[in-house]
Design a protein around this ligand. Structure first.
Ligand SMILES: [Zn+2]
Length: 410
């Protein structure tokens, strides 16, 4: 609850710094995107800033050479498959891409969509929900600051999903990240800075995963055991590094291309066509043996609205729509054992009976979300570049400090 006077709150809003919305439930109750996307300070994040690389910056090296992360990296480094980075600091080298051996010795998904590793001991990717006529439902690139209407809709439908969160977004919008856990969604890792993973050195790639995991743990209290590479860019070297961090790699076989609207000829009609094709494939029996995973995003207003518009059609076509982890019967989705997801059968039985299919958890506290129906997902906050980063701690009691903090945060 807002605990300060409305005048002070109004002044803070005008300054672009919000007072007193300091809990997940307060944040989840906001209904306009300007409020949702107003930067705020969150003390645990501010206090931990020095332990992380700069947000939205590709990890150039581990921050500390004397902590658990670096020790873990050193413990695995010698056993990482000897495959050269395919670019520099997360940026692909097009010469390497175009000159890559067509025999695909690295099982490089970007070029061949290979999901079965060539290096022994490396685990394969998940690119489809194993259960028949089932959609493994997930969204990349969150948390988006203005996702309340979208998450409200999912709550209203008693629908859980897998959220592939970017570490930098989690530290920008920690209360939004907490909502995923409070609502019973599954959180997976989508790296620290959202670059091409095969274009990092071993240490950098490790750091991109490590710091995203630490950000999610810091903010939500849980440590994911699944991840998705940005752009699907993964090879056996990167798979091995993720595997050593306990992360199962989740890819897709169907791509909505929702993220690419207004680039290289992709239009909203293209995206709707991709959704329609997936739905038609269900009717044609394509998923009668093995289900589907489609790439979709929490990236912006358009991608969230499109997901929301298509949900009734997907729900009518598929027998089951479940988080990816539920389709895998992965009842312990996190390192922490006090949190469970229902099995596939239990999830569906709960939905069929009209009961809750919620995950159970000791913390954080359940959302006070309204579940209110909304026709449009508010907001258009793209990931990267536009968000405030580590907003300075602001005293809401001292106007002078507030003004100073606002000036520095903008
Ligand atoms: Zn992404």
């Amino acid at each position: 609850m807002r605990s300060h006077s409305s005048i002070a709150a109004t002044a803070l809003m005008l300054l672009g710094v919000r007072a007193a919305v300091s809990s997940e439930s307060d944040e989840a109750a906001l209904t306009d995107m300007t409020s949702e996307c107003t930067p705020y300070s969150y003390a645990p994040v501010a206090a931990a800033e020095s332990q992380f690389p700069p947000i939205w910056t590709p990890v150039s090296a581990m921050v500390s050479k004397s902590d658990a992360g670096y020790a873990k990296f050193i413990s695995i480094n010698a056993s990482i498959p000897n495959i050269a980075p395919k670019g520099v600091l997360g940026v692909p080298d097009q010469t390497i891409v175009s000159g890559y051996n067509p025999a695909d010795p690295d099982c490089w998904w970007t070029v061949t969509q290979c999901v079965t590793p060539k290096v022994s001991g490396v685990k394969g990717d998940i690119a489809a929900a194993p259960e028949p006529r089932t959609l493994g439902y997930g969204f990349d690139d969150g948390p988006n600051c203005s996702h309340n209407a979208f998450y409200d809709y999912l709550t209203e439908k008693n629908q859980k999903a897998t959220m592939f969160y970017i570490g930098s977004n989690v530290l920008d919008w920690p209360l939004q990240a907490q909502r995923a856990v409070a609502d019973g969604h599954e959180i997976c890792v989508h790296t620290w800075s959202h670059r091409s993973m095969t274009a990092f050195t071993n240490e950098q790639a490790f750091g991109e995963l490590w710091y995203a995991m630490q950000a999610i743990k810091l903010v939500t209290g849980v440590t994911p055991t699944c991840w998705r590479p940005p752009l699907g860019d993964v090879d056996d070297r990167i798979r091995y590094i993720a595997q050593q961090l306990g992360l199962q790699n989740i890819l897709w076989k169907y791509n909505s291309n929702d993220w690419a609207v207004n680039t290289t000829g992709i239009t909203e009609a293209t995206v709707q066509g991709n959704y329609d094709a997936l739905i038609a494939a269900v009717g044609a029996g394509t998923f009668d043996t093995t289900g589907a995973i489609m790439l979709t995003h929490e990236l912006n207003n358009y991608t969230m609205q499109t997901a929301l518009d298509n949900y009734p059609k997907l729900a009518a076509a598929f027998d089951h729509i479940v988080p990816v982890g539920v389709s895998l019967n992965k009842t312990q989705p996190y390192v922490e054992t006090n949190y469970t997801l229902p099995s596939f059968d239990a999830y569906n039985a709960a939905r069929a009976s009209g009961g809750s299919s919620s995950a159970s958890s000791g913390s954080p506290a359940a959302s006070g979300g309204s579940g209110s129906k909304s026709g449009s997902a508010a907001g258009n906050q793209a990931t990267g570049g536009t968000s405030a980063g580590f907003v300075l701690q602001v005293s809401t009691l001292t106007l002078g400090l507030v003004v100073l903090g606002a000036a520095l945060a903008l």
